[in-house]
Design a protein around this ligand. Structure first.
Ligand SMILES: *Cc1c(COP(=O)(O)O)cnc(C)c1O
Length: 476
């Protein structure tokens, strides 16, 4: 072994090689030295474990090829694309929706240029960064003004901190939502320094419950959209209109956390109805908050719309400065919202709405195509079928409503074969993410936006596909 260790090259010597000089030109001295040290250390460990020199020390060409690989990997972005075949269109863990062409263009432009973010070009004086969004949202929703923050969780926090610090907020017990990722209405209340006053019961809350809870320390009445669950049976909740009337009686604003907050009539697109921001504004709700990257189909953002007096107060709160959006997000959001000025085109222009409205016939054709390419690749132990499936919108929109869809299902006698296959799918150049149900692995076509690239990847003979043998998954 000592003999082998003595064959390890010295970093100093390697640095003097002509190839190393080229690498230094390209990547800089520091990175090359670091990666050479790493290479030698890897070789040392290899000798310790296997009592032979690693392949990359065979000759200089092999060594510098390995160095090149290490240096290139330094620049490889780890947050990489995946194919979403889970059947959940807005999958929070997979980054929710895709941006529209217009949003991407606007964002790219903002990235590469200075923009008049807080600058009134005509008057040559300071302006406000939320101005364009505010005007646009006013036009679309009928609200007076808007405020934009990092996400809807931030929007709720800002509303609570601005209007309810050291005060009480009345919420129905049926609406104490946990969104996931530690967003719970009671916890956000605590963070904002306000006291949650729960009224009613889990299944039934009446107007008189709110009325009885009002006192001189009440800041506002709050509605939270139960976006990820549904209470059925003997239930009753109070409509926004009724709450607004009660609020007026006591001079209290009504605030609504709408979650996904659609700006278009989902039912007219053939989808399950979802409460619209416009309806809440029309009902007289003082402030409504919703996400930019749920059904709206834009970038991650939280939008608060409502009466100008309240919006002005939100804008003036120090937390707004902490939670504000940058020029790229604001550009993308504006471009997305502008699509709403051409409402009939939305299912073409916004990828999320496009996925949700794809016809089952189209999904069937795609499923057959996927089944065919997979059939050519997979070992005969795997049985492929095209089956009807149920997809969902996701991200807390319409939790109990399923969308008709089509999937390629994969079965195998041994569960371990399916688990191995799931692993292999994840190791592909662009990982494929599906789901397990009924002892099958489901690849749902409703949620995949990049279908052609998926087929292309599976048709392409990457090294991953090339092994064959008893335990192997892929055919040659
Ligand atoms: C999704 C959701 C949130 C959180 O919104 P993000 O944009 O994900 O921060 C808050 N409240 C409700 C009711 C939601 O559905």
């Amino acid at each position: 072994m000592q003999q082998l260790f003595r064959q390890l090259p010295s970093v100093d010597k390697l640095l003097k090689q002509p190839q190393a000089v080229d690498f230094i030109q390209q990547f800089g001295h520091q990175a090359v030295v670091e990666q050479l040290r790493k290479l030698v250390e890897r070789a040392r460990q290899h000798i310790q474990q296997h009592q032979v020199l690693p392949d990359f020390l065979a000759d200089e060409t092999a060594l510098f090829a390995e160095l090149s690989l290490q240096l290139t990997q330094l620049q490889q972005v780890q947050l990489r694309p995946v194919f979403n075949l889970t059947g959940t269109v807005l999958h929070t863990n997979l980054g929710r929706g895709l941006w529209s062409e217009a949003a991407m263009q606007a964002a790219t432009c903002a990235m590469q240029n200075n923009v008049a973010l807080e600058f009134d070009i005509d008057e040559g004086r300071r302006s406000h960064r939320d101005l364009y969004i505010s005007e646009l949202v006013a036009k679309i929703t009928g609200a007076e003004a808007a405020c934009v923050v990092n996400n809807n969780a931030a929007a709720v926090l800002l509303m609570l901190a601005t209007f309810a610090k050291d005060k009480e907020v009345i919420v129905s017990r049926g609406e104490l939502v946990e969104i996931g990722g530690a967003f719970r209405i009671p916890d956000i209340m605590l963070q904002a320094g306000c006291k949650l006053v729960e009224v009613g019961t889990t299944n039934r809350t009446h107007l008189k419950d709110y009325r009885n809870a009002i006192n001189e320390n009440t800041a506002f009445l709050m509605k939270v959209h139960t976006s990820n669950y549904h209470i059925e049976g003997f239930t009753s909740s109070v409509l926004e209109e009724e709450l607004v009337a009660l609020g007026k009686e006591f001079g209290l604003p009504v605030i609504s956390d709408l979650g996904s907050g659609s700006l278009t009539d989902m039912a007219s697109l053939g989808l399950p109805a979802e409460p619209m921001v416009q309806q809440k504004v029309a009902a007289g709700v003082d402030l409504v908050s919703f996400s930019g990257d749920k059904l709206l189909g834009g970038p991650q953002a939280g939008i608060i719309v409502g009466k100008k007096v309240w919006i002005d107060e939100l804008q003036a709160h120090p937390l707004k400065r902490v939670l504000r959006c940058d020029k790229v997000i604001l550009s993308a959001l504006e471009a997305t919202l502008r699509q709403y000025l051409l409402p009939e085109k939305l299912s073409e222009t916004l990828p999320t709405l496009n996925l949700l409205t794809q016809s089952v016939d189209l999904l069937k054709i795609r499923a057959e195509e996927l089944k065919e390419v997979l059939g050519k690749r997979l070992n005969s132990r795997y049985i492929l079928q095209v089956e009807p499936s149920l997809a969902q919108i996701g991200s807390g929109a319409l939790p109990t409503e399923k969308l008709p869809s089509v999937a390629v299902t994969i079965e195998s006698e041994k569960q371990s074969d399916l688990l191995a296959l799931e692993q292999r799918f994840k190791q592909l150049p662009t990982p494929i993410i599906g789901r397990f149900a009924d002892k099958k692995f489901w690849l749902d076509l409703r949620s995949v936006a990049q279908f052609e690239p998926l087929i292309e990847m599976l048709s392409f003979n990457t090294p991953l596909f090339s092994k064959e043998g008893q335990g192997e998954i892929w055919k040659k």
